[in-house]
Design a protein around this ligand. Structure first.
Ligand code: DOR
Length: 428
C-alpha cells in the first residue's frame, strides 16, 4: 500500500488548470484526492509548505547508452540522474549498440529497464524506448515500425543522424498517419554539415573551425514538415536550434500540420561563443547558435510554437571529450540541470509562467509520445515532483548520478531545484 499525504504544497497541474495551495492524497500509488485539510490516518505525511508540487517531469529525449556504451551511461545511472533531476519518465533514443531497430531489441530494453526498476534502492524512473526509423540508423531501409510499437516503443527516431532519403521519411510518416505515433527527427542536412564541429559564424571563422550553417537544419525541418503535411503523419522536431526552424514550425502549425517541436536548455541559454570558452563541453549536434536564434526560440516557447522542453541528455566520458573539438563526440548531459535552468532562465527571467514551464515538462511531452502520465488527475498514477523554487545552489557535477561529467553548466549558480521525486506514490 503506497499511501502518502503531501500537505500544504503549491500544486500546479497544468492539464487540469490547477494552481493552488492544497493537500494531495495518494492511495495505492494513485492520486486519490486534492483539497484542503485532508486527513488520512495511517498515511505517511510530507510537509510541502513552501514547495511546489507538480506531475512527475517527463523528458522525451535522452540517451541512456545501454546496451553497448555502458562506459558512458547505463539504464541504472541514467535513471538515477533522471530521478535526481525530478524526472519520473524518460524516453530513450535508439542510437545504442546494437541500434534499437527490431521488436526484440525494443523488448530487451524494456526488460533491462524493468529489472533495473525492480532492484532494491534503484531509482524507479519509467523508461520508454523509441525504435529507430531505419535499420542500423543507416538511412537505407525502414525498420519494422509496427512490430516495435507493439513491443513497447513510443515512437521512432534516428536521432544523432538525419534520414536523408525523403522517400523513406514519407513512408515512415504515412505509417504514422495510420498508426498514430511520433516520427522524431534529427534535422541536419549531412552534406551541408559535413566536417562541421560548431555553428558557422563569427566564432567558427575566428577559431578556424568548420561550421554548420542554420540552413543545414532549416532545409530538413522544412522537408519533414512538408512530408507530414502530405501524409498526415505526426512529425516531432527534436532539439530545435535555429530561428528559421522556429518559423517553419510556426507556419506549419498555422496550416494545421501535425507538427510538434522541442528545445533543449543549452540552445536557449548559450551561444556559439561558448565553444571558445568551454571547448568540447559546448560541442553538440545541432550546435549552439547565436543570440538571434535564442531570441526566436524564446518567442517560440512563449507563443506555443515550441511545445516541449527536453534535455538530449548525451553522456560521453572525459577521455572522449578530451579528444579535442574535431574528434570529440557531440553532446552534453542535461537531466540534473534542466529544471533549475528552466526555473532560472525561463520562469525567473519572465519568459514563461511557472505553469507554462511545467506544462512543457509534463502533460505536453506526455501527449507527444502518447503516454498516460504527466497529470495529477484523480486516479492518475501518482508520479510527482516536489520543487523548491526558492532554493539557490551551485550545480556540482562531481556529485552527479550520471556516469559522465560533460556539461557546460558546472558550478553555475541556479535558483529552483527538485527536492523529491515520487514514482507511483513512492519516493525514489
Ligand atoms: O549532441 C548530440 N549528441 N546530439 C545528438 O543528436 C546525439 C547525441 C548523442 O547521442 O551523443
Amino acid at each position: 500500500m503506497h499511501n502518502l499525504l503531501i500537505q500544504n504544497g503549491h500544486i500546479i497541474d497544468p492539464a487540469n488548470s490547477v494552481d493552488e495551495i492544497s493537500d494531495l492524497l495518494i492511495i495505492d500509488g494513485k492520486i486519490a484526492k486534492i483539497g484542503t485539510n485532508l486527513i488520512a490516518d495511517g498515511s505517511k505525511k510530507i510537509d510541502a509548505t513552501g514547495l511546489t508540487v507538480t506531475p512527475g517531469l517527463i523528458d522525451i529525449h535522452v540517451h541512456l547508452r545501454e546496451p553497448g556504451y555502458e562506459h558512458k551511461e547505463t539504464i541504472a545511472t541514467g535513471t538515477a540522474a533522471a530521478a535526481g533531476g525530478g524526472f519520473t519518465s524518460v524516453v530513450c533514443m535508439a542510437n545504442t549498440s546494437p541500434v534499437t531497430d527490431t521488436p526484440e531489441k525494443v523488448k530487451n530494453l524494456c526488460d533491462i529497464a524493468k529489472r533495473n526498476s525492480e532492484k532494491r534502492d534503484s531509482p524507479k524512473t519509467n523508461v520508454y524506448p523509441v525504435g529507430s526509423i531505419t535499420k542500423k540508423l543507416a538511412g537505407e531501409e525502414l525498420t519494422d515500425i509496427q512490430g516495435m510499437l507493439a513491443a513497447g516503443a513510443v515512437g521512432v527516431s534516428d536521432d544523432g543522424v538525419t534520414v536523408m532519403n525523403s522517400a523513406l521519411m514519407r513512408d515512415a510518416l504515412a505509417l504514422s498517419a495510420k498508426l498514430d505515433f511520433p516520427v522524431m527527427v534529427h534535422c541536419e542536412e549531412h552534406n551541408l554539415n559535413a566536417g562541421a564541429v560548431m555553428n558557422l559564424g563569427e566564432t567558427s571563422r575566428k577559431l578556424n573551425l568548420m561550421g554548420s550553417p542554420n540552413a543545414a537544419e532549416d532545409i530538413i525541418v522544412a522537408r519533414d514538415i512538408m512530408l507530414a503535411e502530405m501524409t498526415g503523419g505526426h512529425i516531432h522536431i527534436l532539439h530545435v536550434s535555429t530561428a528559421g526552424a522556429v518559423d517553419l514550425v510556426r507556419s506549419g502549425k498555422q496550416r494545421g500540420v501535425n507538427v510538434t517541436a522541442e528545445v533543449c536548455p543549452h540552445h536557449w541559454i548559450l551561444t556559439d561563443e561558448e565553444v571558445e570558452k568551454q571547448g568540447t563541453n559546448a560541442k553538440m549536434h545541432p550546435p549552439l547558435r547565436t543570440q538571434r536564434d535564442i531570441e526566436a526560440i524564446l518567442e517560440g516557447l512563449k507563443d506555443g510554437t515550441i511545445d516541449a522542453i527536453a534535455t538530449d541528455h548525451a553522456p560521453h566520458t572525459p577521455y572522449e571529450k578530451a579528444l579535442g573539438l574535431k574528434d570529440a563526440p557531440n553532446g552534453i548531459i542535461g537531466l540534473e540541470t534542466c529544471l533549475p535552468l528552466v526555473l532560472t532562465y525561463l520562469v525567473d527571467a519572465g519568459h514563461l509562467t511557472l505553469k507554462e514551464a511545467i506544462a512543457k515538462l509534463t502533460c505536453i511531452p506526455a501527449d507527444i509520445v502518447g503516454i498516460n502520465r504527466g497529470t495529477l488527475s484523480i486516479n492518475a498514477v501518482a508520479d510527482i515532483t516536489l520543487i523548491d523554487t526558492q532554493k539557490t545552489a551551485k550545480y556540482d557535477v562531481e556529485k552527479s548520478f550520471s556516469k559522465s561529467r560533460n556539461t557546460p553548466f558546472a558550478d553555475w549558480q541556479l535558483k529552483g531545484w527538485p527536492v523529491m521525486t515520487i514514482k507511483e506514490g513512492i519516493p525514489c
